[in-house]
Write a protein that binds this ligand. Sequence first.
Ligand code: ADP
Ligand code: MG
Length: 695
Amino acid sequence: MAAVKEIFGSSVFNETVMQARLPKSIFKSLKKTIAEGRELAPEVADVVASAMKDWAIEKGATHYTHWFQPMTGITAEKHDAFIAPAADGKVVMEFSGKELIKGEPDASSFPSGGLRATFEARGYTTWDPTAYAFVKEGTLCIPTAFCSYGGEVLDKKTPLLRSMEAINVQAIRILKLFGKSVTRVTTTVGPEQEYFLIDKEVYKKRKDLILTGRTLFGAKPAKGQELEDHYFGNLRQRVSDYMKELDEELWKLGILAKTKHNEVAPAQHELAPIFTTTNIATDHNQLTMELMKKIADKHGLACLLHEKPFAGVNGSGKHNNWSISTSAGENLLEPGKSPKDNTQFLLILTAVIKAVDEYADLLRVSVASAGNDHRLGANEAPPAIVSMFVGDELASILEAIEKGEEAQATIKAFLETGVAALPKLPKDTTDRNRTSPFAFTGNKFEFRMLGSANSISGANIVLNTAVAEILEQFADRLEAAEDFGKEVAVLVKETITNHKRIIFNGNNYSEEWVEEAARRGLANLKTSVDALPTFASEKSIALFEKHGIFSKAEVESRCEIMLEGYSKTINIEALTMLDMAKKDILPAVIKYNQEVFTTLKLKKDLDLNISLEKETAYATKLSNLTESLMSKIDELDNILLETKNYEDAVELAKFFREYVFEAMQTLRVVADELETIVSAANWPFPTYVDLLFYV
Ligand code: ADP
Ligand code: MG
């Protein structure tokens, strides 16, 4: 392998490449455009495009694509060759500034939630110059935003960029009050990504994994994760080879893949990159997920990004580590040596606390999906109740401020290992509460409710916008104050008093917390269907409109797309279940019935003096379960037919959740029980042991 330093970013048209390949004046003006987030002048675009094309061709590219993130949650690309006909019957390789800046894909087949009539099916993609272009598999990819002919936003990048702009504007106002002048404030994100790897051949034998990404049947294996022998364990050779190649490919794309290890569940792993600017982190996370799947294939593996591929085994999430940084390199969530005296930090901290409390429902919506419903509130993930953990030290400071007392100075505690040769480790003052959905971890917040398959865009749009809103309220008040010092102290104290209910430092997985949260008036939106409609609430629309993130129509369309997505997912799962139950499980079970009953009859006919008590009971149980399987199949079939009666997106999603999903669960219970008694030779597809414990 080439040196990491050499391959890192080698497929990216980054600043170093730009500087080397662009005329000085063009490079300067491009940098200025990027820094100020403005549109590129056509004459600059032409030069940049031409340099980009030459560079990409040297990297083996023949095509270019406007790479965008529609509402499907994955990325989209349509490839165009650089070729243009030349007079001599040959071709020349061309790529103009216009082609770089703007694309007009026919976009009628992307979800728009009713925003775009098919007669105006054209969509526009525009280059996001703040994200570098890159070469992937012979194609120059240009990160772009995607909107409709009428200008409505149809993607996940545009609103994210807008939310970053909103927080930038408000944070600059706050910093100005502290006498600081910075040109730009950006939010930063480091998303930790969990995933499963299983054997490709075994995967191919499971229709449910292929079509839905999760197992819809499967009895609990004799061994699960109870021994906790997988977490941080030795990597299987195949997995280690896979991770090595994945790292290399990610590095080529300039993605800062840093940490890799085995996770809690068997066959589960994690990858964490070093944090970067939020929109870049979002692009990079999409690319990471894409490459995780592609590279798995090369190693005879299948990568599962679903939140809950296996029932009874830990699911996968994504931890969204989030902070705010200035162009001067200051992290606004860095408490410093003495947080109690750091007014600016306390103000920003309380702004985040207020934002999370006031917009907890939107944060919940931002992580809602059919897949994540299996995880939230199960034993491996935070519940669906949003709360915050700030750690003992900050909690005591906040308490003192609220009571008007002097906060205790921070004393660094040391971990005593009891071994003289080991250095004394300073204890992390923000001790880690692993059960909190939104935890302060030293100098950033870690939002842990995200599902592994989700784009991180949604969560960060909400987070950035909600915090921007509160910073705006704070700035309005503080700018108008006669005595800034006095007012800021009052504001911090008041905010703590009004919003401390969102802070919970205890065990979020406990039953007591669910009751306590209800007493505190915190929402517990258990399923996606409970959560999603709140996205289109008046409060939500007001927030997004005020900060120019979404119009009312855009909010409503997004809500509709999410609800439809939920219903469609459950529908596909139900149909897949029926297909497997009718065509695979039932025939296998009937065949096994034949074996058992033929033997029983044979023995009975011989009329020997042998006991057939147990054998008869076994055959009876098998027969009863077979009958039960057939009736559960019928029930699910009939309930699915009823979905035709619902037109309204909310009502339909509710029906899917309350009836279809429940009927799927009962069908599964019977099938899984049959799996435990039918002979292994008769069972039609690989079991959990085959899936989770491969070599
Ligand atoms: P853990 O597993 O203990 O939660 P990791 O070290 O695996 O922590 O991941 C922490 C993540 O937080 C990394 O992606 C890291 O880059 C990111 N991070 C660190 N500082 C910041 C910051 N200021 N803003 C955003 N993310 C950050
Ligand atoms: Mg984490």
